[in-house]
Design a protein around this ligand. Structure first.
Ligand code: AMP
Ligand code: MG
Length: 400
């Protein structure tokens, strides 16, 4: 059994070795994808000196009144040679006429016919309210770095750079397979000792939430031959990841580990010193140019999801250099039980109160308790050496 940190490092190392070819997509199809190239500004942004306000363009002096000699609005430039006594009405975003160097906001003046008067105590400074050409970024510089996630903020920069098509990393493709004699499809009312397969849906959604492509292989019985056939078929597919649930512990019918071995998967580790999710398996299947990461998650629905959140998700984010907020330190609102030397991931509810992050956990921490899991919004991480954290202590909460 290995420690959590070591296990995570091993996964990160293997994920980084995956070869990912860039693909080119239309800008509108690039939302949530990750840039696979540095994007260079092909024009100055803004492309010309322009007004930051609706107001009057003037040539700065000590004057407090001017003659209005014309106007420019955004996209409708006309050239004016402005003298000290002149002012030109200007709207936000309009190109600044030659020889003007300052914009007086509309709120600071009184207009009387063609006369413009500065209001009482208004203080003017040379150069105010002008956004200079190239001030945002100048032509030839990097506007967005490789590994930037494309969202509403960043797509605007791409559009401004005229990127009709962008190079992005491909979506990782994950096949999902559940195992268990007890499983029935969700369309059936489970009878006797059967249960509906919820894991397949949970992992499918977790994969989708990462904007990674899930491929649903459904579920199979705890039958060695059938499982092996399914796994063999999965390795023939165009995937980078195989995620299985169930059958990876030490029960009589837990065949997955053995089957992975028979199919040529190199085991990187099996069992991690954590709770829940201890029987987690990680291996790598390699054949010619093909490389598939194999994650064997336990069948308990909570364990399976916790494994996904604390191993697969951070490792993938690391591979794509994604540094969004994934955890928050909060003050415990209740005592927690933790007597052993495992790293625990307890379900909690994180909330903000009086500008402070707080976390409570009145939950059953049973790894079979799905409904409780669904009510939680974080995993409270309690490190190996820590015991029974008390109300008032600070804990790390992984967002989920
Ligand atoms: P296993 O890891 O195969 O020993 O399964 C552990 C527990 O998880 C058992 O109680 C199973 O009934 C449950 N389980 C296994 N697979 C699934 C699944 N696909 N959906 C929901 N629960 C499952
Ligand atoms: Mg099972």
């Amino acid at each position: 059994m290995i420690a959590y940190n070591e296990a995570l490092e091993l996964i990160k190392n293997e994920i980084e070795k995956l070869t990912l070819y860039k693909e080119e997509v239309d800008l509108l199809d690039s939302v949530n994808r990750i840039l696979a190239e540095d994007v260079i500004a092909d024009v100055d942004m803004p492309p010309f000196d322009n007004s930051a306000m609706d107001g009057y363009a003037i040539k700065f002096s000590k004057r407090k009144s001017w003659n209005i000699i014309g106007e420019v609005s955004a996209g409708n430039f006309s050239s004016f040679s402005i003298k000290e006594e002149d002012a030109v009405l200007i709207t936000t975003g309009s190109k600044i006429p030659q020889s003007a160097d300052t914009v007086v906001p509309v709120e600071d003046v009184v207009v009387e016919g063609k006369n413009l008067l500065l209001k009482g105590k208004t203080f003017l400074k040379k150069g105010i309210n002008i956004r200079l050409k190239g001030n945002d970024i100048s032509k030839g510089r990097i506007a967005l770095n490789k590994y930037t996630k494309i969202d509403s903020k960043t797509i605007a920069v791409l559009a401004s750079c005229g990127k009709e098509k962008v190079k992005v990393f491909p979506k990782l493709k994950a096949a999902i397979l559940a195992t268990g004699d007890e499983l029935v499809p969700i369309t059936k009312i489970p009878s006797g000792d059967k249960i509906r397969t919820s894991n397949t849906y949970a992992i499918y959604a977790a994969v989708k939430e990462m904007n990674y492509s899930p491929l649903m292989l459904g579920f199979v019985k705890d039958n060695e031959e059938i499982i092996q056939q399914k796994i063999k078929a999965a390795f023939g597919m165009n995937i980078n990841t195989l995620i299985t649930t169930g059958g990876v512990s030490v029960g009589k019918y837990d065949f997955l580990k053995e089957i992975f071995e028979k199919e040529g998967v190199k085991e990187i580790f099996w069992k991690v010193n954590i709770k829940p999710g201890k029987p987690f398996y990680f291996g790598v299947y390699e054949k010619k140019a093909k490389k598939i990461l194999v994650f064997g998650l336990p069948g308990n629905p909570v364990s399976a999801l916790v494994n996904f959140y604390v191993f697969i998700k951070p490792a993938i984010n690391n591979m794509f250099h994604q540094k969004h907020i994934s955890s928050i330190t909060a003050v415990l609102q209740c005592d927690l039980k933790k007597k052993d030397s495992k790293r625990h991931f307890l379900r909690g509810i994180l909330y903000e109160e009086n500008s402070e992050w707080k976390v409570t956990s009145g939950f059953s921490q049973s790894s079979g308790n799905l409904v409780e899991m669904s009510r939680a919004n974080c995993l409270i991480e309690i490190e190996e050496e820590r015991r029974n954290p008390l109300k008032g202590e600070k804990v790390k909460c992984i967002l989920m």
